[in-house]
Design a protein around this ligand. Sequence first.
Ligand SMILES: Nc1ncnc2c1ncn2[C@@H]1O[C@H](COP(=O)(O)OP(=O)(O)OP(=O)(O)O)[C@@H](O)[C@H]1O
Length: 245
Amino acid sequence: MTEELLRAERTTVGYHGVPALRDFSLSLSAGEMLTLLGPNGAGKTSALLSLVGLLPLMDGQVTALGKPVGKRFPPYALARAGVSLVPDDRGLFPGLTVREHLRLARRRPSKAREEAVFERFAALRSLRNRQVGLLSGGEQQMLAIAKALLAEPKVLMVDEMSLGLAPKVVQEMLPAIRAMARDEQIGVLLVEQHVELALSVADRGIILNHGRTVLAGPAATLLDRRSEVESAYFSSAESVEPHGR
Ligand SMILES: Nc1ncnc2c1ncn2[C@@H]1O[C@H](COP(=O)(O)OP(=O)(O)OP(=O)(O)O)[C@@H](O)[C@H]1O
């Protein structure tokens, strides 16, 4: 049986007491790639933050690697246990070089591990000694993901990987992440704006709108039902059905 790495059960999270995501459920297994889609303000980032314990739950429960996320399993402990989040600002330091970032990810990365990551993101190899502030957006994104992968995560979450990137770069990076997820049994959760591309590499998709799950299912099915996906994107707050509450 495939190992379940992450589970959200009917969670509600928000800001200053106002829910931004309601009744949200998700399950992510080893080697699986799940994409979280939806228009601006739908609640995608809030979902990611809640899964790593950075946004407290108003209701429901999140379980990561078999343990409830909360005071006894806080964000730093999740990161140390292998639940990794690449935020949409990439979390890089402009003054440090590529190599220094990779050292930050892991004090002594094995040569084999470094090689495996460079093989997936070949463009980084020749940039090893360059300062991150001098890299292009795509190269920085590649580094942010390479850094996360170097630490051998069990779960990798990437917020808006394609933000500001040329479609060609996204087309190269998504399959690279897909392959690494499958080969190393990493559970991957991607928040994406490139709907078709994300669904073409993911196993399953969840579409959020106005803080609710409006459509979910196997990625191939969602790709076949483009008109439903489109309506899910354009549904108004009034038409978003509460899930059983
Ligand atoms: N720090 C905050 N304080 C108050 N409200 C917030 C905060 N962060 C997000 N929100 C609100 O929560 C809702 C969901 O935001 P969230 O960032 O999760 O959406 P998103 O789907 O990731 O959007 P985008 O695609 O634009 O990044 C929005 O209405 C947003 O205005």
